[in-house]
Design a protein around this ligand. Sequence first.
Ligand code: DGL
Length: 261
Amino acid sequence: MKIGIMDSGIGGLTVLYEARKLLPQEAYYYYADTDHVPYGEKTAEEIRSYADTAVAFLCGLGCDCVVIACNTATAVAAAYLRNKYDIPVIGIEPAVKPAVERGEGKRILVIATPLTAAEKKLHDLILKVDEEGIVDVLALPGLVHFAERGEFDSEAVRKYLKDSLGQDTAEIYGTLVFGCTHFNHFRPVLRSLLGPKINMIDGSEGTARNMKRILEEKGLSSEKSPSIRYYVSGRELTDETKLAFYRDVLKHLSLCRETDV
Ligand code: DGL
């Protein structure tokens, strides 16, 4: 199968990482829309148009499905794109429901981009599952900028996180929900700042499982020739230094994907 995965940048590599664990033999086409990152600071109309361009491009490459590996683009564009394209368009959303189910009543903090944090879609989701009123939302726009520079742990990252989260996060919250795929890259630094007790959960694994189920239902046969090709805003990445950056970030994810929930 040919599987397209898109995000505004390196965030969706988490979904690529999880997808390859489940379907290692397929041909993956990773589209990072770096001309337009960060999506979380754009308007819904702009993001819809960028995501549309990405999906059209991946369809043009013959992809059998496209995963919108971006919570922000899923929130504002997934319904529109599902309507428009014949192939399955799979989205990702903050894993609030599993966090509430497994959280033993402790408070939950969803961290996301400014757009996702303000979107009705997230607040509707929270209203549906948060009967006790224990879910809070915090926008952390700075992390996307750090992530795109490959800066996952530094004095500046630690200061930003300490200033944004405040002092008592680890005492107040039992679970941190990553509502932006870029944030997974900061799991080790968050763990070191917040200690061993807080659960960390994100939707990448669930999204990959959903993708596998949908492709199996379609009965598509395996490529049996694993490959990954990278594209930035529609241009294939051939520059070895830039390719090495994407490959290194994908490798770094094995450190970040501790399964603690
Ligand atoms: N990785 C994206 C998300 O999951 C968006 C980050 C951004 O470009 O602002 O929301």
